[in-house]
Design a binder for this molecule. Structure first.
Ligand code: FES
Length: 143
C-alpha cells in the first residue's frame, strides 16, 4: 500500500489537540507532547523552537491514524512512525526506549527492536533541521 494512502486511512485524533504546532500535554505518564505540524506534500514541519535539544514529541495531523514520534539530539532528529510492527499499537517513550503497551515490545530510540514479540524495527523517516524548522519527509524512509 502506498504510504500516503496508508496514512490517510488512519483514524482522526481524539479531542484536545490544538492546531498550529501548539503543544498539547498527553495524559500518559510519560509526559510526551503532541504537536500539530504543518503538512505540505510529504513534509511535516514544526518550528525548531518547539523541539529543544533532548526533547521529543508526537507529531500528528487529523488525517494521520498514528503520529510520528520525533526526538532531537543536538543537530540530529529521529522520526519514527509510532505504530508497533507487531500488531499496530502505539509505542510510548519510556526512559531510553519506546515501549508498546499492548504486548510488551520494546524499541530503541532509533526504532530497532530490543524485545519482541515485534520482529521488525519501527518505520523511520528522514528528518532534519533546516534553518529554524524541523522537517520530516514521510516518503523517505531511513534504514
Ligand atoms: Fe506492540 Fe503487540 S502491538 S507488542
Amino acid at each position: 500500500m502506498e504510504r500516503r494512502a496508508f496514512l490517510l486511512r488512519l483514524p482522526v485524533l481524539s479531542a484536545g489537540v490544538a492546531v498550529g504546532a501548539a503543544t498539547v500535554p498527553l495524559g500518559g505518564c510519560g509526559g510526551s507532547r503532541y504537536l500539530v505540524p504543518l503538512e505540505a506534500g510529504d513534509r511535516l514541519t514544526i518550528p525548531l523552537s518547539s523541539l529543544p535539544d533532548g526533547a521529543d514529541a508526537f507529531l500528528q495531523t487529523p488525517a494521520m491514524e498514528r503520529p510520528v514520534w520525533v526526538r532531537r539530539e543536538g543537530d540530529d532528529v529521529v522520526a519514527l512512525l509510532a505504530r508497533c510492527t507487531h500488531r499496530g499499537c502505539q509505542p510510548e517513550p519510556v526512559g531510553d526506549r519506546l515501549s508498546c503497551p499492548c504486548h510488551g515490545s520494546e524499541f530503541s530510540l532509533t526504532g530497532e527492536v530490543l524485545e519482541g514479540p515485534a520482529e521488525r524495527p519501527l518505520i523511520r523517516f528522514a528528518a532534519a533541521i533546516e534553518g529554524d524548522e524541523v522537517i520530516v519527509r514521510l516518503h523517505r524512509r531511513v534504514g
